[in-house]
Design a protein around this ligand. Structure first.
Ligand SMILES: Nc1ncnc2c1ncn2[C@@H]1O[C@H](COP(=O)(O)OP(=O)(O)OP(=O)(O)O)[C@@H](O)[C@H]1O
Length: 271
């Protein structure tokens, strides 16, 4: 299969002499892959994701994007290959939804030129494909968190990238839109798009991913298919809780078991 991204032995720390957030991580992303990165809060998923799209410079190792070292690529070149949706993007100007999605075409439009007919058509199609065409004239600032998430997805699709990198893409979505988004991702991957996403829901990996990585102790403690990696043992290692995996129709479902926390709430009673 065609390799879109090759990650070789990478390490990263925020300061020169501070401890590394992760070290010696190696993996490949091929055309049509959907990789889900799991791991507890604060373990380094967002940091890794930012390294993958060139926003943070790695200390050691190498990241190849379509065979080219990401270090040697300009922001514009990276933007033609990677569509990135960060966690919790805050809108600042009341652009219309259509204009926000059209901004996905920026890497293809010269600074002084107006968007071409092709750019407008691609924008319209992206809105239709995500099912939010009806929002096109609304100010982006007036949307709910979930609607904004979908607008951003349309925007990165308008970028026509080879790789989508999504930091917790379901975080603001309601129960229904979560599964719809996962199905959109699954369908996009069937068209050849490669996807890397982080998530707090191991179940999501069973729905739309063919690869899973579990991040813990500065590394991937396991990497492989959801079947092989999402086990009761690995979930216990990652999150420190007991989880029951059950089979439901054609997929597995993860049930976190209660931890029976023994909290002393005496002080609350007195208030
Ligand atoms: N700009 C920064 N400077 C220094 N340390 C940072 C910075 N951003 C994040 N960190 C630290 O790096 C570690 C990893 O953070 P990161 O946001 O990558 O974790 P995460 O796995 O994405 O967490 P979550 O699941 O809670 O979103 C944390 O200890 C965090 O405090």
């Amino acid at each position: 299969m065609e390799k879109i991204m090759e990650v070789k032995n990478i390490s990263f720390s925020y300061e020169k002499d501070s401890p590394e957030i992760f070290e010696n991580i190696t993996f490949n992303i091929e055309k049509g892959d959907v990789l889900c990165i799991l791991g507890p809060n604060g373990i380094g998923k967002t940091t890794l994701i930012k390294c993958l799209n060139g926003l943070h410079e790695i200390n050691n190792g190498k990241i190849l994007l379509n065979k080219k070292n990401i270090k040697t690529l300009s922001f514009k070149e990276i933007s033609k290959m990677i569509g990135y949706i960060p966690q919790g993007h805050i809108p600042s100007f009341p652009f219309s939804v259509f204009d926000v999605v059209l901004m996905g075409r920026t890497p293809y439009i010269n600074l002084s030129a107006a968007p071409k007919e092709k750019d407008l058509t691609i924008t319209e199609n992206a809105l239709k494909n995500i099912g939010i065409y009806h929002l096109k004239d609304k100010p982006y600032t007036n949307l709910s968190g979930g609607e904004r998430q979908l607008v951003f997805l349309a925007r990165v699709l308008a970028q026509e990238p080879d790789l989508l990198i999504l930091d917790e893409p379901t975080s603001h979505l309601d129960f229904g839109n979560q599964i719809k988004l996962l199905e959109i991702l699954e369908n996009l991957s069937k068209l050849g798009l490669a996807i890397v996403m982080s998530s707090h829901f191991p179940d999501h990996a069973f729905i739309s991913c063919n690869k899973v990585a579990i991040m813990k102790n500065k590394k991937f403690i396991d990497f492989g298919t959801p079947e092989d990696v999402i086990t009761e043992e690995n979930l216990k290692k990652a999150y420190g809780i007991n989880v029951k995996l059950i089979n439901f129709e054609d997929r597995k479902v993860c049930i976190p078991l209660k931890t029976n926390l023994n909290l002393n709430l005496e002080n609350f009673k007195k208030i």
